[in-house]
Design a protein. Sequence first.
Length: 64
Amino acid sequence: MSASAAMPLVVVFGIISVLLVRSRDVNAWEAVMIGLFGFYTALTPIGWAVMGVVNWVLSGFTHT
């Protein structure tokens, strides 16, 4: 997944995180921990598998 394709997903997930924190469903420190977990997961080999699954799902939505 290229950076230009990943940026909209980052924005969407960022908006969802902000809305969850504002609605008090997730505390700010929990949101930070979730973000750090995602960041460090992306640095592992599992990050490539996650990107492959996301690409597969997104290509299913755009398949004509």
